[in-house]
Each structure stands twice: as C-alpha cells, then as structure tokens.
Design a binder for this molecule. Sequence first.
Ligand SMILES: [Zn+2]
Ligand SMILES: [Zn+2]
Length: 226
Amino acid sequence: MAKTNKGRKDLDSYNIKGTNKTVRAGDCVLMRPSDSDKPPYVARVEKIEADHRNNVKVKVRWYYRPEESMGGRRQFHGAKELFLSDHYDVQSAHTIEGKCVVHSFKNYTKLENVGAEDYFCRFEYKAATGGFTPDRVAVYCKCEMPYNPDDLMVQCEGCKDWFHPTCMGMTIEQAKKLEHFLCSDCSSEDDGKPSMNGFPVSPISEPKMVSYKTAGLPTLDFQGSI
Ligand SMILES: [Zn+2]
Ligand SMILES: [Zn+2]
C-alpha cells in the first residue's frame, strides 16, 4: 500500500456494503444514481483509495448508455449496449451497489443466457464531442442496419449476408424453423449448412461499412417516428 503525501492510501480492493462482493481496479460496477427511478450507472473502476479519515473513494471511467449519448438510442443498439467514455470521475465507494460484466461484442453474442449483470461494449465514446470509435460500422440486410444482438438474423447461403426475418417477409418463428435460407436476390442453389442466430466471426465477404452517424437511419424523407 503506497502512501501519498496527502494522507491518502491506495487500496487493493473494496467490499461492497451488505454483500460478499469485492471490487478491484479493472472491475465494472453498478453505481446508485441520485435519481432512484433511473437505472444504475455503469463504470469501470480505475483506482481505489482511502483518505485520512478512511473514506473510500473510487476513480471511475463511465460507461454511457445509448440514450445518454449524442444522437441517442438507435434501432441497432442492443438493450445491454454501453459505450466506454473518456469521462472520468471520483465517487464515494458507498455509491457502488453491485458488480457487472461488460463483454466485448463478440463474447456477448456467444453468451448462452444474458443475465441482468451482463452488458456489452463495441464503441468508445468521446463525451465532449459525441464522437464514436470506431466511427464506421458494418451493416447487414436489405435495410442496411448494423447488427443488434437482440434481434435474430439469418444468413443467406448464397451471398453470406445476414437478414432480419421480417425484412424477408417471414416471422421470427418461421425463420427459426428454416433449415436453409436464401435471400430474395440469390438463386436457388442450396448446398452447405445453414447457420442461424449467430454472428459472422470471420465473414467470407467483407460487410458493407457505413459512418456511425448515419448507420441505420432512414433514407426516405417520409418516415414515421422510430
Ligand atoms: Zn433488415
Ligand atoms: Zn443472398
């Protein structure tokens, strides 16, 4: 434990009050919002320290929810999506109410079950400018939408692109029963095995990339509110 000249000392860990959970630097935590109607804030703990009166403080790096970002929540954002921001803060450790896991996008899509404490992050977010990294995103289907892991997509055996069942005139139930799928643009060759409800980890053809800012936005002038 290194002592600093202001009487603060670094702590290796902090036990969340009323739980048996231990928080260490690098862990992701849920922090109690001042407005109890709101969902908890999510942050990554960078450092834990105690002052000379033994008040424990945590230096955190905030995750933003899509609705807290410039541009707001969009159709392709998953319910459990977070953006790792460049916004740091020092908070009392008492506001930590639990731990959570922020998965990489790829790992999140492989989860068998998504628990309450599971989140994912595929973009970093600059709070001051509203900029996203990466600033381009792959789009799929006729609707040219980035992949939302909450929505089932089926892969065409011909062109290997991924499609929303509803965009192909199918229900989700019909799509789940499909053994083979060919999109409307592809011919009726039907060799190969279907792969469903997965994400192309190493896609055969490169997916189309578009700017984050315009991804999945309607291109028609007339469009109802989403
Ligand atoms: Zn679609
Ligand atoms: Zn196709």
